[in-house]
Write a protein of this length. Structure first.
Length: 414
Protein backbone atom coordinates (compact mmCIF):
# COMPACT_ATOMS: atom_id res chain seq x y z
CA UNK A 1 0.00 0.00 0.00
CA UNK A 2 1.39 3.37 -0.86
CA UNK A 3 1.69 5.96 1.84
CA UNK A 4 -0.95 8.65 1.63
CA UNK A 5 0.44 11.76 0.02
CA UNK A 6 -0.51 15.28 0.79
CA UNK A 7 -0.92 17.38 -2.28
CA UNK A 8 0.95 20.64 -2.03
CA UNK A 9 -1.35 23.58 -1.45
CA UNK A 10 -2.16 25.14 -4.80
CA UNK A 11 -1.02 28.66 -5.52
CA UNK A 12 -2.82 31.10 -3.31
CA UNK A 13 -4.04 28.40 -0.91
CA UNK A 14 -4.73 29.73 2.54
CA UNK A 15 -4.82 26.36 4.26
CA UNK A 16 -1.49 26.64 6.03
CA UNK A 17 -2.27 29.69 8.14
CA UNK A 18 -1.70 29.72 11.88
CA UNK A 19 -4.51 30.09 14.41
CA UNK A 20 -3.57 33.74 14.94
CA UNK A 21 -3.56 34.47 11.23
CA UNK A 22 -6.93 32.78 10.79
CA UNK A 23 -8.45 34.70 13.69
CA UNK A 24 -7.15 37.98 12.23
CA UNK A 25 -8.54 37.02 8.82
CA UNK A 26 -11.93 36.21 10.37
CA UNK A 27 -11.98 39.56 12.11
CA UNK A 28 -11.63 41.42 8.86
CA UNK A 29 -13.81 39.22 6.65
CA UNK A 30 -16.64 37.99 8.88
CA UNK A 31 -19.48 39.87 10.51
CA UNK A 32 -18.73 40.36 14.20
CA UNK A 33 -21.89 38.72 15.51
CA UNK A 34 -19.87 36.29 17.66
CA UNK A 35 -16.97 36.60 20.06
CA UNK A 36 -15.42 33.12 19.91
CA UNK A 37 -12.72 31.87 22.22
CA UNK A 38 -9.33 32.25 20.48
CA UNK A 39 -9.08 28.60 19.41
CA UNK A 40 -9.15 27.48 15.77
CA UNK A 41 -10.34 23.89 15.56
CA UNK A 42 -9.23 21.80 12.61
CA UNK A 43 -10.07 18.21 13.58
CA UNK A 44 -12.17 16.36 16.13
CA UNK A 45 -13.06 12.91 17.35
CA UNK A 46 -15.47 12.04 20.15
CA UNK A 47 -15.05 14.55 22.96
CA UNK A 48 -11.69 15.82 21.75
CA UNK A 49 -10.92 18.60 19.30
CA UNK A 50 -7.55 19.61 17.91
CA UNK A 51 -6.52 23.06 16.78
CA UNK A 52 -4.50 24.13 13.76
CA UNK A 53 -1.24 23.76 15.68
CA UNK A 54 -2.16 20.29 16.94
CA UNK A 55 -3.11 21.27 20.53
CA UNK A 56 -5.86 19.05 21.94
CA UNK A 57 -8.85 20.23 23.96
CA UNK A 58 -11.74 18.52 25.69
CA UNK A 59 -14.95 19.91 24.23
CA UNK A 60 -17.20 20.66 27.21
CA UNK A 61 -19.69 22.66 25.13
CA UNK A 62 -20.52 20.14 22.38
CA UNK A 63 -21.84 22.75 19.96
CA UNK A 64 -24.46 23.89 22.50
CA UNK A 65 -25.75 20.29 22.57
CA UNK A 66 -25.60 19.80 18.80
CA UNK A 67 -22.85 17.23 19.46
CA UNK A 68 -24.59 15.11 22.08
CA UNK A 69 -23.13 11.99 20.46
CA UNK A 70 -19.65 13.47 20.22
CA UNK A 71 -17.76 14.63 17.18
CA UNK A 72 -18.00 12.31 14.19
CA UNK A 73 -19.84 9.47 15.88
CA UNK A 74 -18.97 6.46 13.67
CA UNK A 75 -22.58 5.35 13.11
CA UNK A 76 -23.69 8.85 12.20
CA UNK A 77 -20.74 9.40 9.89
CA UNK A 78 -21.40 6.02 8.24
CA UNK A 79 -25.06 6.92 7.69
CA UNK A 80 -24.03 10.25 6.16
CA UNK A 81 -21.43 8.59 3.91
CA UNK A 82 -23.93 5.99 2.71
CA UNK A 83 -26.44 8.68 1.90
CA UNK A 84 -23.88 10.94 0.18
CA UNK A 85 -23.30 8.09 -2.24
CA UNK A 86 -27.01 7.70 -3.01
CA UNK A 87 -28.93 10.97 -2.96
CA UNK A 88 -28.51 14.31 -1.19
CA UNK A 89 -31.34 16.61 -2.19
CA UNK A 90 -34.66 16.46 -3.95
CA UNK A 91 -36.51 19.43 -2.44
CA UNK A 92 -40.03 18.62 -1.33
CA UNK A 93 -41.21 19.00 -4.92
CA UNK A 94 -40.56 15.25 -5.09
CA UNK A 95 -40.62 12.52 -2.48
CA UNK A 96 -37.39 10.92 -1.29
CA UNK A 97 -36.98 7.42 0.07
CA UNK A 98 -35.58 8.45 3.49
CA UNK A 99 -38.04 11.01 4.79
CA UNK A 100 -41.00 8.76 5.68
CA UNK A 101 -38.83 6.49 7.85
CA UNK A 102 -37.28 9.46 9.64
CA UNK A 103 -40.70 10.96 10.42
CA UNK A 104 -42.09 7.61 11.63
CA UNK A 105 -39.09 7.00 13.85
CA UNK A 106 -39.05 10.50 15.33
CA UNK A 107 -42.78 10.46 16.00
CA UNK A 108 -42.44 7.09 17.72
CA UNK A 109 -39.49 8.28 19.82
CA UNK A 110 -41.36 11.34 21.04
CA UNK A 111 -44.81 9.78 21.36
CA UNK A 112 -46.42 12.29 18.99
CA UNK A 113 -48.08 11.78 15.61
CA UNK A 114 -46.51 13.87 12.87
CA UNK A 115 -43.34 15.68 11.88
CA UNK A 116 -42.65 18.94 10.06
CA UNK A 117 -38.97 18.82 9.04
CA UNK A 118 -36.94 22.03 8.97
CA UNK A 119 -33.24 22.84 9.30
CA UNK A 120 -32.31 25.23 12.10
CA UNK A 121 -33.76 25.60 15.55
CA UNK A 122 -35.10 29.08 14.87
CA UNK A 123 -36.93 27.76 11.83
CA UNK A 124 -38.55 25.04 13.92
CA UNK A 125 -39.72 27.63 16.45
CA UNK A 126 -41.01 29.93 13.70
CA UNK A 127 -42.83 26.97 12.19
CA UNK A 128 -44.36 26.01 15.54
CA UNK A 129 -45.60 29.61 15.95
CA UNK A 130 -47.21 29.54 12.51
CA UNK A 131 -48.83 26.18 13.15
CA UNK A 132 -50.14 27.29 16.56
CA UNK A 133 -51.68 30.43 15.07
CA UNK A 134 -53.33 28.47 12.26
CA UNK A 135 -54.64 25.96 14.79
CA UNK A 136 -56.03 28.84 16.87
CA UNK A 137 -57.99 30.22 13.91
CA UNK A 138 -59.16 26.95 12.42
CA UNK A 139 -59.70 24.72 15.44
CA UNK A 140 -60.06 26.97 18.47
CA UNK A 141 -61.97 29.75 16.68
CA UNK A 142 -59.81 32.75 17.64
CA UNK A 143 -60.74 35.91 15.71
CA UNK A 144 -58.63 36.49 12.61
CA UNK A 145 -55.11 37.87 13.28
CA UNK A 146 -55.79 38.13 17.02
CA UNK A 147 -53.92 35.02 18.24
CA UNK A 148 -51.49 35.48 21.11
CA UNK A 149 -48.72 33.26 22.40
CA UNK A 150 -47.52 33.29 26.00
CA UNK A 151 -43.75 33.02 26.44
CA UNK A 152 -41.35 33.19 29.39
CA UNK A 153 -38.96 35.99 30.30
CA UNK A 154 -35.28 35.22 29.69
CA UNK A 155 -36.24 32.80 26.94
CA UNK A 156 -33.98 31.90 24.08
CA UNK A 157 -35.68 30.51 20.99
CA UNK A 158 -33.47 31.83 18.17
CA UNK A 159 -32.59 34.97 16.26
CA UNK A 160 -35.25 35.69 13.66
CA UNK A 161 -37.12 38.99 13.71
CA UNK A 162 -40.29 37.40 15.11
CA UNK A 163 -38.42 35.45 17.78
CA UNK A 164 -36.35 38.41 19.01
CA UNK A 165 -39.63 40.32 19.25
CA UNK A 166 -40.41 38.38 22.42
CA UNK A 167 -36.89 38.17 23.81
CA UNK A 168 -36.23 39.97 27.08
CA UNK A 169 -32.50 40.25 26.34
CA UNK A 170 -31.70 43.82 25.21
CA UNK A 171 -28.65 42.65 23.23
CA UNK A 172 -30.83 40.31 21.20
CA UNK A 173 -33.42 43.05 20.51
CA UNK A 174 -31.87 46.51 20.40
CA UNK A 175 -31.77 47.89 16.90
CA UNK A 176 -33.88 45.14 15.34
CA UNK A 177 -37.39 46.55 15.66
CA UNK A 178 -40.16 46.99 14.68
CA UNK A 179 -41.22 43.94 16.62
CA UNK A 180 -43.88 41.39 15.86
CA UNK A 181 -47.02 41.67 18.01
CA UNK A 182 -48.93 38.77 19.48
CA UNK A 183 -46.66 37.65 22.33
CA UNK A 184 -47.12 38.01 26.07
CA UNK A 185 -44.05 37.62 28.24
CA UNK A 186 -44.50 36.25 31.77
CA UNK A 187 -41.88 35.33 34.38
CA UNK A 188 -40.48 31.80 34.00
CA UNK A 189 -41.48 29.26 36.64
CA UNK A 190 -44.60 31.26 37.55
CA UNK A 191 -47.84 29.42 36.84
CA UNK A 192 -50.08 32.15 38.27
CA UNK A 193 -48.57 34.74 35.92
CA UNK A 194 -49.00 32.33 33.02
CA UNK A 195 -52.63 31.73 33.88
CA UNK A 196 -53.27 35.48 34.15
CA UNK A 197 -51.82 36.01 30.66
CA UNK A 198 -54.03 33.39 29.02
CA UNK A 199 -57.35 34.50 27.54
CA UNK A 200 -59.63 33.54 24.66
CA UNK A 201 -57.04 34.78 22.12
CA UNK A 202 -54.27 32.51 23.39
CA UNK A 203 -53.10 29.93 20.88
CA UNK A 204 -50.18 28.50 22.80
CA UNK A 205 -47.72 28.64 25.62
CA UNK A 206 -44.14 28.37 24.35
CA UNK A 207 -41.42 27.56 26.87
CA UNK A 208 -38.07 25.83 27.26
CA UNK A 209 -38.46 23.02 29.84
CA UNK A 210 -35.04 24.15 31.08
CA UNK A 211 -33.77 27.57 30.02
CA UNK A 212 -30.38 26.92 28.44
CA UNK A 213 -29.06 30.29 27.33
CA UNK A 214 -30.36 31.90 30.50
CA UNK A 215 -27.87 29.75 32.43
CA UNK A 216 -29.46 26.27 32.61
CA UNK A 217 -32.38 27.46 34.74
CA UNK A 218 -34.38 24.50 35.98
CA UNK A 219 -37.95 25.26 37.02
CA UNK A 220 -39.44 23.98 40.27
CA UNK A 221 -40.66 20.40 40.32
CA UNK A 222 -44.26 20.42 39.18
CA UNK A 223 -43.96 23.49 36.92
CA UNK A 224 -44.06 21.52 33.68
CA UNK A 225 -46.94 19.40 34.97
CA UNK A 226 -48.64 22.64 35.97
CA UNK A 227 -48.17 24.10 32.47
CA UNK A 228 -49.64 20.91 31.02
CA UNK A 229 -52.64 21.01 33.31
CA UNK A 230 -53.20 24.74 32.75
CA UNK A 231 -52.94 24.58 28.96
CA UNK A 232 -55.27 21.58 28.83
CA UNK A 233 -57.82 23.27 31.07
CA UNK A 234 -57.77 26.53 29.09
CA UNK A 235 -57.67 24.97 25.61
CA UNK A 236 -54.20 26.24 24.74
CA UNK A 237 -51.37 24.37 23.01
CA UNK A 238 -48.28 23.55 25.06
CA UNK A 239 -45.20 24.01 22.88
CA UNK A 240 -42.00 22.72 24.50
CA UNK A 241 -38.82 23.98 22.88
CA UNK A 242 -36.45 21.06 23.44
CA UNK A 243 -33.90 22.20 20.88
CA UNK A 244 -31.18 22.40 23.52
CA UNK A 245 -32.67 20.36 26.38
CA UNK A 246 -33.80 17.38 24.34
CA UNK A 247 -32.35 14.23 22.83
CA UNK A 248 -30.61 12.76 25.85
CA UNK A 249 -28.95 15.81 27.36
CA UNK A 250 -30.72 15.76 30.71
CA UNK A 251 -30.65 12.00 31.27
CA UNK A 252 -33.97 11.34 29.54
CA UNK A 253 -34.92 11.55 25.87
CA UNK A 254 -36.74 14.83 26.53
CA UNK A 255 -36.48 17.19 29.48
CA UNK A 256 -40.28 17.06 29.88
CA UNK A 257 -39.91 13.32 30.60
CA UNK A 258 -38.63 14.26 34.09
CA UNK A 259 -42.22 15.23 34.90
CA UNK A 260 -43.84 12.63 32.64
CA UNK A 261 -45.40 15.42 30.62
CA UNK A 262 -46.39 15.16 26.97
CA UNK A 263 -46.65 18.57 25.26
CA UNK A 264 -48.86 19.11 22.20
CA UNK A 265 -45.94 20.40 20.14
CA UNK A 266 -42.20 19.84 20.41
CA UNK A 267 -39.46 21.73 18.66
CA UNK A 268 -36.24 19.77 18.18
CA UNK A 269 -32.95 20.66 16.53
CA UNK A 270 -29.25 20.72 17.31
CA UNK A 271 -28.43 17.06 18.16
CA UNK A 272 -31.07 15.87 15.69
CA UNK A 273 -28.50 16.54 12.97
CA UNK A 274 -25.82 14.53 14.76
CA UNK A 275 -23.38 17.44 14.54
CA UNK A 276 -23.21 16.80 10.79
CA UNK A 277 -26.05 18.65 9.12
CA UNK A 278 -28.62 21.15 10.40
CA UNK A 279 -31.80 19.19 11.09
CA UNK A 280 -34.75 20.50 13.06
CA UNK A 281 -38.36 19.50 13.37
CA UNK A 282 -41.72 20.38 14.78
CA UNK A 283 -43.31 17.22 16.14
CA UNK A 284 -46.97 17.38 17.11
CA UNK A 285 -50.31 15.68 17.20
CA UNK A 286 -52.28 15.23 14.00
CA UNK A 287 -54.94 17.67 15.16
CA UNK A 288 -52.27 20.39 15.27
CA UNK A 289 -49.86 19.74 12.38
CA UNK A 290 -52.80 18.67 10.25
CA UNK A 291 -53.80 22.34 9.84
CA UNK A 292 -51.02 22.88 7.27
CA UNK A 293 -51.95 22.47 3.65
CA UNK A 294 -49.79 22.50 0.50
CA UNK A 295 -48.15 25.84 -0.16
CA UNK A 296 -48.68 27.27 3.31
CA UNK A 297 -45.24 26.46 4.69
CA UNK A 298 -42.00 24.89 3.53
CA UNK A 299 -38.25 24.85 3.18
CA UNK A 300 -36.06 23.92 0.23
CA UNK A 301 -33.72 21.89 2.42
CA UNK A 302 -36.15 20.72 5.12
CA UNK A 303 -36.54 16.95 5.00
CA UNK A 304 -33.73 16.41 2.51
CA UNK A 305 -32.56 12.80 2.28
CA UNK A 306 -29.12 13.48 3.80
CA UNK A 307 -30.71 15.13 6.84
CA UNK A 308 -33.32 12.38 7.06
CA UNK A 309 -30.67 9.64 6.92
CA UNK A 310 -28.61 11.30 9.66
CA UNK A 311 -31.74 12.05 11.69
CA UNK A 312 -32.83 8.41 11.45
CA UNK A 313 -29.39 7.31 12.67
CA UNK A 314 -29.69 9.78 15.57
CA UNK A 315 -33.06 8.32 16.55
CA UNK A 316 -31.54 4.82 16.32
CA UNK A 317 -28.82 5.86 18.80
CA UNK A 318 -31.41 7.32 21.16
CA UNK A 319 -33.55 4.18 20.98
CA UNK A 320 -30.75 2.23 22.65
CA UNK A 321 -31.19 4.37 25.77
CA UNK A 322 -27.43 4.32 26.26
CA UNK A 323 -26.95 8.07 25.90
CA UNK A 324 -29.79 8.95 28.25
CA UNK A 325 -28.33 6.49 30.78
CA UNK A 326 -24.84 7.94 30.47
CA UNK A 327 -26.17 11.47 30.90
CA UNK A 328 -28.10 10.45 34.01
CA UNK A 329 -25.19 8.55 35.59
CA UNK A 330 -22.42 10.97 34.72
CA UNK A 331 -24.72 13.84 35.57
CA UNK A 332 -24.43 12.69 39.17
CA UNK A 333 -20.63 12.87 38.90
CA UNK A 334 -20.92 16.37 37.46
CA UNK A 335 -23.33 17.44 40.20
CA UNK A 336 -21.10 16.01 42.96
CA UNK A 337 -18.05 17.71 41.44
CA UNK A 338 -19.81 21.07 41.34
CA UNK A 339 -21.09 20.60 44.89
CA UNK A 340 -17.48 20.05 45.98
CA UNK A 341 -16.49 23.33 44.31
CA UNK A 342 -19.26 25.27 46.04
CA UNK A 343 -17.71 27.97 48.15
CA UNK A 344 -14.41 27.40 46.36
CA UNK A 345 -15.03 29.84 43.54
CA UNK A 346 -18.44 28.45 42.59
CA UNK A 347 -21.26 30.51 44.09
CA UNK A 348 -24.15 28.62 42.49
CA UNK A 349 -24.88 25.87 40.01
CA UNK A 350 -27.78 24.13 38.38
CA UNK A 351 -27.33 20.68 36.92
CA UNK A 352 -29.56 18.18 35.20
CA UNK A 353 -27.98 15.25 33.42
CA UNK A 354 -24.81 16.29 31.64
CA UNK A 355 -25.83 19.93 31.56
CA UNK A 356 -24.85 22.56 34.08
CA UNK A 357 -24.88 26.31 34.53
CA UNK A 358 -22.13 27.32 36.92
CA UNK A 359 -22.05 30.74 38.56
CA UNK A 360 -18.49 31.69 39.30
CA UNK A 361 -17.59 34.19 42.02
CA UNK A 362 -17.46 37.49 40.05
CA UNK A 363 -14.40 38.47 42.09
CA UNK A 364 -12.54 35.67 40.28
CA UNK A 365 -13.41 36.93 36.82
CA UNK A 366 -16.15 37.10 34.23
CA UNK A 367 -17.46 33.94 32.61
CA UNK A 368 -15.39 34.85 29.60
CA UNK A 369 -12.19 35.15 31.63
CA UNK A 370 -12.82 31.81 33.33
CA UNK A 371 -13.51 30.24 29.92
CA UNK A 372 -10.19 31.59 28.61
CA UNK A 373 -8.36 30.23 31.64
CA UNK A 374 -10.00 26.84 31.13
CA UNK A 375 -8.94 26.94 27.50
CA UNK A 376 -5.38 27.36 28.75
CA UNK A 377 -5.94 24.09 30.65
CA UNK A 378 -7.19 22.33 27.53
CA UNK A 379 -10.91 22.56 28.34
CA UNK A 380 -13.38 24.34 26.06
CA UNK A 381 -16.52 25.85 27.61
CA UNK A 382 -18.63 28.92 26.93
CA UNK A 383 -19.85 31.66 29.18
CA UNK A 384 -23.48 32.74 29.06
CA UNK A 385 -24.32 35.83 31.08
CA UNK A 386 -22.01 37.66 33.45
CA UNK A 387 -20.07 35.14 35.50
CA UNK A 388 -21.96 32.02 34.44
CA UNK A 389 -20.39 29.27 32.38
CA UNK A 390 -22.22 26.40 30.79
CA UNK A 391 -21.03 22.80 30.75
CA UNK A 392 -22.61 20.48 28.19
CA UNK A 393 -20.09 17.82 27.16
CA UNK A 394 -20.81 15.14 24.58
CA UNK A 395 -22.80 12.37 26.27
CA UNK A 396 -19.98 10.01 25.27
CA UNK A 397 -17.60 11.61 27.76
CA UNK A 398 -15.99 9.21 30.26
CA UNK A 399 -16.00 9.61 34.02
CA UNK A 400 -12.24 10.29 33.92
CA UNK A 401 -12.60 12.98 31.26
CA UNK A 402 -15.36 14.60 33.26
CA UNK A 403 -13.18 14.54 36.35
CA UNK A 404 -10.32 16.06 34.36
CA UNK A 405 -12.59 18.98 33.45
CA UNK A 406 -13.74 19.44 37.03
CA UNK A 407 -10.13 19.39 38.23
CA UNK A 408 -9.29 22.06 35.64
CA UNK A 409 -12.21 24.16 36.86
CA UNK A 410 -10.98 23.83 40.44
CA UNK A 411 -7.50 24.88 39.33
CA UNK A 412 -8.59 28.00 37.43
CA UNK A 413 -10.82 29.09 40.31
CA UNK A 414 -8.14 28.39 42.91
C1 LIG B 1 -34.01 26.42 23.18
C2 LIG B 1 -33.49 26.91 21.86
N1 LIG B 1 -34.34 27.16 20.87
C3 LIG B 1 -33.92 27.59 19.66
C4 LIG B 1 -32.58 27.77 19.41
C5 LIG B 1 -32.15 28.27 18.05
O1 LIG B 1 -31.50 27.27 17.33
P1 LIG B 1 -30.65 27.65 16.03
O2 LIG B 1 -29.41 28.35 16.51
O3 LIG B 1 -30.35 26.32 15.38
O4 LIG B 1 -31.50 28.52 15.18
C6 LIG B 1 -31.65 27.51 20.40
C7 LIG B 1 -30.20 27.72 20.17
O5 LIG B 1 -29.41 27.84 21.07
C8 LIG B 1 -32.11 27.08 21.67
O6 LIG B 1 -31.27 26.83 22.67
Amino acid sequence: MTAPTRTAPHHGSRSARSSQELIRAEESSLAHNYHPLPVVVARAEGVWVEDVEGRRYLDMLAGYSALNFGHRHPELIAAAHRQLDELTLTSRAFHNDKLAGFAEDLAELTGLDMVLPMNTGAEAVESAIKVARKWAYEVKGVARDQATIVVAADNFHGRTTTIVSFSSDPTAREGFGPFAPGFRVVPYNDLAAMEAAIDETTAAVLIEPIQGEAGVLIPDDGYLRGVRELTRRTGVLFIADEIQSGLGRTGTTLAVDHESVRPDVLTLGKALGGGIVPVSAVVADREVLGVLRPGEHGSTFGGNPLSAAVGTAVVDLLRTGEFQRRAAELGEVLKDGLAALSGKGVVGYRCRGLWAGVDVDPALGTGREVSERLMGEGILVKDTHGSTIRLAPPLTITREELQTSLAALEKVLG
